[in-house]
Ligand binder design. Structure first.
Ligand code: FDA
Length: 498
């Protein structure tokens, strides 16, 4: 409540925040978690908590009056629709050169993501976080993160016949015929539940078009894993619809005054509160944490933060494309929204491509792919005093690097199969969706803006523990790495600072 004093305050309830809260609470430290989004536990009038991808309503988007679907067109027709302004689960946050998709709500990105839980190859780890002991990560912290998240593998025998993965089998065939390495990708979705969905014995979620706007069933989001465990300690309190706006040193004393706006479901501020915290963990996600720190440094609230604040931001090289298959390669009317495979051309071409679903309910003969690429482009957040907002220096043209890398896979497949790119999915006859990322990373990079464990330079008791620590790229989907790094860092913080 207003005026409270707490030992530890965590900003945000995504991966970094959930790990911090659980491990602090297990060590006996009471934790206050502040989350700007809602708690997603109550069905709407349709009996569902979340809408499906093909029928977004107000629950789908964070404070927008029109949807902004990543696949914006279908057979050339725009599909975005008007919705009521609401504190919905997916934020399509627009910067000048890129739209950054992020989860909003208790559970953060785990509410909206595809659950693809990929541990990068150890040989590639030093390119991600060169100051981190890789052996320790792979011996201790990646296994701990995989266990805590409930990561599981698809049954490869079941995969061969499941109708809902026809699209993935077509993806495999085309990848292998062109000589590419194709791999299954682990996921936090409950694979037994997935089998039961296919068998028709449970209420469908992944097989009913739910993913990007949330899953009612099947997916183990943080709400079922780390956050459930954290709450079970009895030492963690979560305040949803509360947004942190400032973190200022208490004058003359230890600790920080945290200013928090309570909002309603149309985004209006209904109360402003302050809480005093001995330690503050920034876990608002790469963008959320960077925006707060950049503003607090530039406006003189935290002037001793160093010059690395806001730097090293990247998009994990995300680009999307679709291919048009021949009539003898249908991808299926029934498609699981949870991807289960990828094409690995990282070493030769700098691209790892997820074989993604296009869950429209009808046969489209389309193969959709989200590629993660080895781009070296990095942008910077900066405070814009005239607008009172934080800008990001990303330029849309920088995506050309990623397109070139993704083309090392898909130009070859198209030429082998005698197929073409789809031009009807992203508007304006575009082949490449080059205007977005699902994987924002960086802005308060480990061992630069912080020490090697996330302690912010310049201020005792301030920590970064989310995707902002990772400099722009993880070579694969990022949340396992974010979780494992948070596990590593909180171990060190508990041993030395608490
Ligand atoms: P995360 O973004 O999870 O959490 C931050 C939280 O802080 C949010 O809940 C936010 O509302 C809150 N917050 C922000 N500012 C605040 C403030 N000022 N006050 C209070 N609260 C605040 N990754 C992957 O590995 N596999 C996958 O399959 C996918 N798929 C995918 C699909 C889609 C559609 C998206 C959008 C993203 C993915 N991702 C993914 C990415 C993954 O979800 C992402 O990398 C992590 O959620 C990032 O974790 P963090 O802990 O950094 O922040």
């Amino acid at each position: 409540g207003n005026g409270a004093q707490v030992p530890a305050l965590v900003i945000g309830t995504g991966y970094g925040g959930a790990v911090a809260a659980l491990r602090l609470a297990q060590a006996g430290v009471p934790v206050e978690m502040v989350e700007m989004g809602m708690t997603w536990d109550t069905p709407g009038s349709d009996g569902k908590i979340f809408p499906k991808v093909t029928a977004p309503d107000k629950r789908a988007y964070w404070l927008r009056t029109k949807t902004k679907a990543p696949v914006s067109n279908f057979f050339g027709f725009p599909i975005d629709s008007n919705i009521e302004r609401y504190t919905g689960v997916l934020d399509a946050e627009e910067f000048a050169g890129i739209t950054v998709y992020q989860g909003r709500g208790v559970g953060g990105g785990s509410l909206v993501n595809g659950g693809m839980a990929v541990t990068p190859k150890q040989s590639r780890f030093s390119s991600i976080l060169p100051s981190v002991d890789a052996a320790e990560m792979y011996d201790t912290y990646y296994p701990r993160a995989n266990a805590g998240l409930g990561v599981g593998a698809i049954d490869p025998t079941w995969f061969e016949t499941a109708a809902c993965y026809q699209y993935a089998r077509v993806g495999r065939k085309h990848a292998q015929r062109s000589g590419f390495a194709w791999t299954f990708v682990p996921d936090v979705y409950d694979w037994n539940y997935m089998k039961a969905e296919q068998a028709g014995t449970v209420t469908r979620s992944a097989l009913d078009g739910q993913v990007m706007y949330g899953n009612d069933h099947g997916k183990k989001s943080l709400v079922q894993t780390y956050l459930a465990q954290a709450l079970a300690t009895g030492r963690v309190n979560v305040s949803p619809l509360h947004k942190v706006t400032s973190v200022a040193p208490v004058s003359g004393g230890p600790g920080y005054t945290v200013t928090i706006d309570q909002i309603n479901t149309t985004g209006d501020v209904v109360a402003t509160k302050t809480v005093t915290a001995a330690k503050v963990f920034f876990a608002a996600g790469s963008v959320g944490t960077s925006k707060l720190l950049v503003k607090l440094k530039a406006t003189g609230v935290l002037p001793n933060l160093n010059g690395e604040i806001g730097k090293g931001w990247g998009d994990n090289g995300n680009v999307m494309c679709g291919r048009a298959n021949h009539m003898w390669d249908p991808t299926g009317e029934l498609q699981s929204t949870i991807p289960c495979s990828g094409i690995d051309n990282w070493d030769a071409g700098g691209a790892f491509a997820e074989v993604a679903p296009l869950p429209t309910g009808i046969e489209t003969y389309a193969s959709l792919y989200l590629s993660i690429t080895r781009t070296t482009r990095r942008a910077e957040f900066s405070w814009n005093a005239s607008t009172g907002k934080v800008d990001l220096s990303w330029q849309t043209a920088w995506k050309q690097d990623s397109i070139t890398m993704a083309k090392t896979i898909f130009d070859k497949i198209n030429s082998k199969e005698g197929t073409i790119y789809r031009t009807d999915l992203f508007g304006g006859y575009k082949v490449w969706q080059d205007g977005l990322t699902y994987h924002p990373l960086g802005g308060a990079v480990l061992n630069k803006a912080t020490d090697n464990y996330g302690r912010l330079a310049g201020y005792d008791g301030l920590y970064v523990i989310d995707g902002a620590l990772i400099p722009g790229n993880t070579t694969v989907n990022p949340f396992v790495t974010i979780t494992a790094l948070a596990e590593r860092n909180i171990d060190n913080i508990l041993a030395n600072d608490i």
